[in-house]
Each structure stands twice: as C-alpha cells, then as structure tokens.
Design a protein. Structure first.
Length: 402
C-alpha cells in the first residue's frame, strides 16, 4: 500500500456554543468553508489536484444537513471536480474523516485528499439530528442505554476517581490551554473566522476559563445526579454493574467538555500527491483503527481501541511520545492514564476540550493537528490520537513525523 502523509492542518478558534458566542451568527457551512479556503491559500493549492474532501458532522440537519462537505467545497471556490462527503461516528467523526481520507490514499484510489469536520453547536443544538438508540426501546433496553454523563460518572465510580480527582484534572487542563495560547503554540494552526467584509470575528478559543481553581469548581453541583437518581438511569447502570452499590456523581460543567462551534481540516496526500502540490510531508499516518465497547459505561473505548491499535502496529505504549485523548469528561482521561500507566506530562500537554471545548464533528481533526505541532515543537517523533465515542466505540490513530 502507499503511504498517506500529512502536509498541513488548520482549525478555526472554538467559539462558545451559545447564542452569545462569537460564532453564533456564522453558519456551519461558513465555518467549513473558511478552513477549506485557508488550507488552500496558505499552501497555494491547485484544487484540481484534490481527489476528495471528507468532513465529519454529528448533527447534519437544517443548515448543516444533506452533504455539507460538498456545499463547503463549492462555496470555498474549489474546482467543481472536487467531491465531498459527510460522515458521522459521533465524537470521533473528525478523526475518522482523516482516517477515511488516508485509507483512500493508502489504497491508491486518491493522491490528494482533505479530512476534517465541522460543528455549530450554538446554531444546531446537540442531538438535533435525533438518535435511534435511546428512542427505540427495543435497542435501548437490552443495551442498557444511559446518557453519556451517567457513563462518565460510572467510570469514576468503577475505577475509583473522586470529585477532587476529576476537578484537579480539569484545573490542569485550563492551565495548560492558557499556557499554550500564551506561548503561541496554536498560532500556525489557527484560521481566524472572518465576516463577509474580511473583518475578524474570532481569533482565539473563547470557552477557556484560566482562573478556574479547585475552590470555584467545588461550588458547582454534579450535573447528572438528578438525572441518574430521579430519572432512573443509575438503576439501569447498577443492573449492568451489580457489583457497585451506587453511582458516584462527580461530573459537572467545569470538568466536562465545553459546548463550542468550530471546524478543522487536514491536508493529506501520497508521495506522488505531495510532489504534485510542491509540498513536503510533515508526518505519516502510521496506523488507525476502530472498535466497539460496552455501551452502558460507553466511554472506555479509548482503552480498548489503543490496545488493538498498538498490537496492529506492533508497538508498545513506551513507543509513543505524546498521547492526545479528547477530554469528553475528566474520568475518561484519568481511566486511560490509569490503564496504561501514562504520566500526565505525556498526555493532552496543551490542554483539551475541558478548557477549549469539543465541537463534536471537528474535534478529532483539531487534536490531531495540535499534537503534530507539539511533536515538532518538542522535536519528538510519534503520537497517538484517540477519542471515546457515543454508543460505546473508540477510534485511534498513530502518526509519526518524517
């Protein structure tokens, strides 16, 4: 098979995913269009060379409905020969889109492709597309469906993480994100969002709260306690995990991923494709895979998919210089670190979604770019990127610098 290389990546800043957020007036299509324009212009890319564009979008309805990728390709002024496809694997959609694009290159089908994703959570509310799993009792009951927040608290209960543990992790995420912005670690990746007059709307991640400390987080009530206790979901999880006496509710808005708007794109190609673009590769997609995991606890997929991927790549945990795991909830990362005995100074070193936010369909592409930049800054070689996924799944990718 051919090698698939990463030639560049860009992302928008993440805007607060509410009506008062800076990107609320920017459509989903405009967000995706902006990163496609940026990655084209900064690389002086002849778009007739692009064989496909693959973007993730978790709620592809209303203005984000249909095939938003093809619409963004056209609006960005790419050659009309460039197709586009939208895919959805919940929170890993952005990383899966990169992997799908890379797979086509490895198979020799494409020479140049762009993977990425988009989500406007302030305009298209989370869950707007509906979901067959919780809505159909014949699917929900036998698989012990519960909302993700219950699953995050179940992980904390099952693996022994206290409220102080998850809050301390969240504080560190905020500190790391603030430091990364202060040091300019994201400056080469950011495509500022502009209006029709070319004026900048947003050029920084808007969700961050650098002043967060343990005292401020301690004042927040657990978000999922009432849902679990009064809504009956704790009982569902305890049926699935009868060895537990109760579910310890420890998560809240301050130690869970932020709701934000944003888009990201990754330029990929074969060696031949790179030569045609006149670009040098920055990294190689070494391996990637997906897995299903137990759907009630739901968010442990990063552990099992990493085990699968390392075996597939004939590698060990010690071979990975940096890990990037989406901070859907603090307990997800703590469990991953616990399972592989990974020190905190090797994972999410620039902060993560707890501080900067999680624009569902775009996040996977964004964090791949973040860790590539950090490998280069540290002069390290190999990174593993992974995300937990709704309904119990995991996606992971290994990249190595060239």
């Amino acid at each position: 098979m051919a090698d698939a290389y990463i030639y560049d990546h860009v992302r928008t800043p993440r805007g607060r995913g509410k009506k008062d957020g800076s990107l609320h007036e920017v459509t989903s299509n405009a967000l995706a269009t902006g990163v496609l324009e940026n990655i084209r212009d900064r690389n002086e890319l002849d778009t007739t060379l692009v064989d496909d564009v693959v973007f993730g979008c978790v709620d592809p309805v209303k203005e984000a409905g249909g095939d938003i990728t093809r619409t963004a390709v056209l609006q960005a002024g790419y050659d009309e020969s460039v197709p586009g496809v939208q895919l959805n694997r919940y929170c890993s959609s952005g990383l899966d889109s990169v992997n799908f694009a890379a797979a086509k290159i490895m198979a020799g089908v494409d020479d140049v492709a762009i993977g990425g994703g988009v989500e406007s959570m302030s305009r298209i509310g989370i869950g707007a597309a509906g979901n067959a799993w919780p809505m159909d009792p014949s699917a929900a009951l036998p698989s012990y469906f519960v909302p993700q927040g219950i699953s995050a608290d179940l992980i904390a209960t099952q693996y022994g993480f206290s409220r102080d543990d998850v809050d301390a992790y969240a504080v560190e995420s905020q500190k790391r994100a603030a430091k990364s912005w202060e040091e300019g670690r994201f400056k080469n990746a950011i495509a500022p969002v502009k209006d029709v007059n070319g004026l900048t709307i947003l050029d920084h991640d808007e969700h961050m709260r650098p002043s967060t400390d343990m005292q401020s987080l301690a004042s927040l009530n657990a978000s999922f306690a009432m849902m679990g206790e009064m809504g009956g979901f704790d009982g569902v999880s305890l049926q699935r995990y009868p060895q537990l006496e109760e579910v310890n509710h420890v998560h809240h808005a301050g130690n869970s991923s932020g709701i934000v708007d944003g888009s990201g794109a990754v330029l990929l190609g074969s060696e031949k494709g790179g030569k045609s673009m006149g670009l040098k590769p920055r990294a190689r997609i070494k391996a990637f895979t997906n897995i299903g995991s137990e759907p009630n606890i739901m968010l442990t997929g990063p552990v099992s998919v990493t085990e699968k991927l390392l075996k597939q790549a004939d590698m060990k945990v010690e071979d990975i210089d940096l890990f990037e795991l989406n901070e859907a909830f603090a307990s997800v990362v703590l469990r991953f670190m616990q399972a592989f005995e990974i020190p905190h100074d090797k994972i999410n070193v620039c902060g993560g979604a707890i501080a900067m936010g999680h624009p569902l369909g775009a996040t996977g592409a964004m964090i791949l770019g973040t860790v590539l930049d950090e490998l280069e800054r540290r002069d390290q070689n190999t990174a593993l990127i992974t995300l937990c996924v709704g309904a119990g799944m995991g996606t992971a990718t290994i990249i190595e610098r060239v």
